[in-house]
Design a protein around this ligand. Structure first.
Ligand SMILES: Nc1ncnc2c1ncn2[C@@H]1O[C@H](COP(=O)(O)OP(=O)(O)OP(=O)(O)O)[C@@H](O)[C@H]1O
Ligand SMILES: [Mg+2]
Length: 331
């Protein structure tokens, strides 16, 4: 059985050339990365299987993780829990779950995908059933669009054939070529089966910075009006988000039929993080390193970060993203 899966994997890799052709072959780093990815994938295929032993949704785990580990994102937290729980409890979904996460840098988009993966797959992000694409890394050359399209389609098909509960995360979705976005559209739609394969139990997560400005503007308006950040609701952000994401000619989402056909089930806005959240991230990072959490150190680190807008200095320019690397200078 396992041998068959390895053969299948090698077959997919060799026939589609996904891991070979979609990556820029020039840099050694990427070559090493491919080796590591391939090694890890084969390792996972050796011992991980597409069954309840390895794939089981833990709703309590996800709730606890979102409540305790994700800071300042009450809207995203709520939507994610509801969306993933509803989908995973539906034995016969009509389409795959499609989430689109939008927000400023370092606010938790990749982090949320990781939390979702960890509460579905025993192996979390290391699972052989979780697939991660970054548009600038995996699809860098627009001249290669035709190749990328067929490779990506075969990759998705091959993996869902292998395990219907597969998860695909597309990072930097706003930098992805609209043609490439369009080519994954059939998999997101309400089809019973496509070429004999059902995609209805798969999960697609799109991450992007598209709409971050408008989310930040709304959050700032609340702050200026003296209102509580926690009182911001999805409806307060929806209009601005849709205008800036879908009408922005720079955005990869621009006029793709992904939007026209309502294939995205949930648009999830991530709010820009404030000083207090950055302090929390620094405290968490100390604990993660096995250190005694030290509030003054966390505050010192947070104070040294840049904040915007220039006049009010409310939101951390890099969110919690640089905390991990910066902490070294403060401990
Ligand atoms: N809201 C948050 N709550 C707790 N930790 C966070 C949050 N946002 C970010 N972090 C921490 O910062 C790290 C970097 O965040 P992440 O990679 O999720 O940012 P991102 O939103 O994907 O940013 P980018 O748009 O730059 O890709 C995470 O691994 C996590 O440790
Ligand atoms: Mg990210």
């Amino acid at each position: 059985m396992k041998f068959a899966r390895i053969c299948f994997l090698l077959h997919v890799l060799s026939t589609t050339g996904v891991l070979v052709n979609t990556f820029d072959p020039i840099t050694t780093t990427v070559v090493v990365g491919i080796g590591a990815t391939l090694g890890r994938t084969i390792y996972n295929y050796l011992h991980e299987s597409c069954d309840a032993k390895w794939i089981a949704f833990n709703v309590t785990g996800l709730k606890v993780d979102l409540d305790r580990k994700l800071y300042g994102q009450h809207i995203a937290s709520r939507i994610i829990l509801k969306a993933v729980n509803g989908f995973m409890n539906n034995g016969n979904p009509k389409k795959p779950l499609v989430l689109s996460l939008h927000g400023w840098t370092g606010t938790g988009k990749n982090f949320i995908s990781k939390l979702i993966a960890e509460n579905i797959y025993k192996e979390g992000m290391e699972s052989g059933f979780v697939h991660f694409f970054t548009s600038t890394l995996h699809f860098p050359h627009s001249s290669q669009l035709v190749n990328y399209k067929s490779q990506l389609q075969q990759w998705i098909k091959g993996n869902v054939t292998n395990c219907e509960r597969s998860m695909f995360i597309f990072d930097e979705m706003d930098k992805m070529h609209p043609g490439l976005i369009d080519c994954i559209k059939p998999y997101l739609d309400y089809y019973d089966k496509l070429d004999g394969v059902s995609y209805r139990k798969a999960i697609f997560i799109f991450l992007s910075n598209a709409g971050a400005d408008s989310i930040a503007k709304t959050t700032l308006d609340f702050w200026k009006a003296g209102e509580n950040r926690d009182d911001i609701e999805l409806k307060d952000l929806e209009t601005a988000l849709s205008l800036s994401v879908f009408n922005n000619i720079q955005s990869g989402f621009y006029r793709t039929s992904l939007i026209d056909k309502n294939l995205v089930d949930f648009f999830v806005p991530l709010l820009p993080l404030e000083y207090k959240h950055v302090v929390q991230c620094a405290m968490t990072e100390m604990v993660a390193r096995g250190l005694e959490p030290n509030w003054p150190v966390a505050e010192e680190l947070a104070k040294d970060l840049l904040y915007f807008p220039k006049s009010e200095k409310i939101f951390a320019v890099t969110g919690c993203k640089t905390i991990e690397s910066r902490l070294d200078y403060y401990i």
